[in-house]
Write a protein of this length. Structure first.
Length: 337
């Protein structure tokens, strides 16, 4: 996640499809699965246990507390970095505080997923229901939106110029819009997929590794093909959106790999970093912005090296600060749920 945000930090500040832009987008395309994988882990954990609505509300309350504490800290940080004048007009500061920093949308999304856990649980317990739910999520949440985005590319637009195919496509667009299947769209599909993959019985490690890696590679190829075919920056980012079929395959492949093949001896490292993951996630944009203010960014030197080097620096600083915060009971509450 840190690598994703480091690589994306200056993408808008370089020319479209320049060398730097291409390097940044390669890093983004290779790490864009991070948020979906986190959601899948949450789904595997939350739907595997019995939570009462009271338990869920308690968890959601802790999440809200962490959100507003960090939203306040980022508001102060933004005022110190950019000045107060930009935030005073039209209560911009209040809007910024209530909606949080750009990366904190994840906490809001997770809050929503927490609220539907008691309703998702009966679906998850029933094999037929969860299978039907996942099929709907796959078709309407990932596959069909990706097809619609594909039709934005000039090569595929020619297909729609044929009256017969154009009529069918427009009809399908209108029909699927009118279905309003919001229940299976977005991150709910990842949430349920994480649980479903977690429930798959142990597989042969070799077969699981081959299957998982094929999914990841195929998904990555789809993402890169979309980026290559893009004729604008806005269209390029379309193929990095989380509902994209390629991103789904990347996330599902990696999650399956870790579940059935293991973490390749990284258990002890993951165990040490796991308690700090939320703190690192919440803190890293602030460290990135402070460094950028000091003219230390991915544009400071060659992009191929600046992205990984800056990622390591930001990650290390965040991990150290989070570890220090975890040493005290009061401060630990803002970096742990």
């Amino acid at each position: 996640m840190v690598l994703l945000h480091v690589s994306a930090f200056n993408t808008a500040n370089v020319p479209f499809k320049s060398h730097e832009w291409n390097v940044f987008m390669v890093f983004e395309a290779l790490t864009n699965w991070a948020v979906p994988v986190f959601v899948m882990i949450s789904g595997a954990m939350m739907l595997s246990k019995d939570y009462s609505y009271k338990d869920v509300l308690r968890k959601a309350g802790k999440l809200a507390f962490v959100f507003f504490i960090w939203s306040f800290l980022y508001l102060i940080s933004d005022i110190l970095i950019h000045g107060s004048s930009a935030f005073v007009k039209d209560f911009i500061w209040l809007q910024v505080f209530l909606q949080g920093h750009y990366h904190m949308w994840y906490l809001i999304m997770l809050f929503g997923l927490y609220l539907i856990v008691p309703f998702m649980k009966p679906i998850a317990k029933d094999k037929k229901l969860i299978k039907a739910f996942l099929i709907l999520a796959f078709i309407f949440g990932f596959f069909w939106p990706s097809v619609r985005d594909l039709m934005m590319i000039e090569k595929f637009k020619k297909i729609l110029s044929v009256p017969f195919f154009g009529a069918i496509y427009r009809a399908l667009v209108n029909i699927t819009d009118d279905l309003h299947l919001q229940m299976v769209l977005g991150f709910v599909g990842y949430f349920a997929s994480g649980y479903a993959i977690h429930q798959i019985p142990e597989m042969n490690k070799k077969k699981a590794a081959i299957c998982s890696l094929l999914m990841f590679v195929f998904g990555t190829v789809i993402v890169f093909c979309g980026l290559k075919a893009s004729n604008s920056e806005g269209m390029a980012y379309t193929y990095l959106k989380y509902y994209q079929f390629g991103v789904f395959l990347q996330a599902a492949g990696l999650f399956m790999l870790f579940k059935h093949v293991g973490t390749c001896g990284l258990v002890s490292l993951i165990a040490k970093l796991s308690p700090m993951s939320l703190g690192i996630y919440l803190m890293h944009p602030m460290i990135l912005e402070i460094l950028n203010k000091r003219d230390v960014s991915t544009l400071s030197f060659t992009s191929e090296f600046s992205v990984p080097v800056l990622t390591i620096v930001v990650f290390a600083v965040c991990a150290l600060i989070t570890k220090l915060l975890c040493m005290f009971k009061i401060s630990a509450k803002i970096v742990k749920l």
